[in-house]
Ligand binder design. Sequence first.
Ligand code: ZN
Length: 214
Amino acid sequence: MAHHATPELLLDYASGALPAAPAMAIASHMALCPEVSADYTALNRLGGAMLETLEDATPIEAREMAAMLARLDEPAPIAAPTPADPRATLPRPLQSLIGQPLDTLRWRRVAPGVREHKLPLDDGRHKAVLLLIAPGQAVPRHSHRGQELTLVLEGGYRDGDLDFARGDLQVADDTVDHRPVADPHEGCICLVVLDAPIRFTGPWARWINGLVRY
Ligand code: ZN
């Protein structure tokens, strides 16, 4: 599960409870990852089945529940939401938002070898950016004051023992202190959604924390 959206995020997305920025991360993740897309379809079916059972005013029997849960493991016949064009760098939801090729965007340098492009998804709380990280470049060591969603769009990165590739989503919070390193050959382009500023924890932490804009 380290590379996929949590069930909580999928449920919040399904119910419309996610604000625009994290919803964009989840929709784009599903557009690139058939496995999560299938989980999402199964969750929706489970939700529908539970509602029908409640409407019938019949108590949910344990074995019915077990059968419904077992169905979660079955491959879903319908794909949710839009399947990605494997040739395109951007999944459809992001493509519609940005509406222009990545190489025509304006990028701002935020650290050595790291550039960002801020996305127009402000809801007063979240920050959503595309990050362009040079091959082999490390993002300065940091922890989080809230939740960080990182979706790989191109290339990939390594975080400790884990490798993240196109379509993978990493969910990090205040328990995670990390220094992701971009793929040594391809670098990495990713979508990052934060609900609070990150906290730098490396040797220059005090200095960098004072400088970086959220
Ligand atoms: Zn992080």
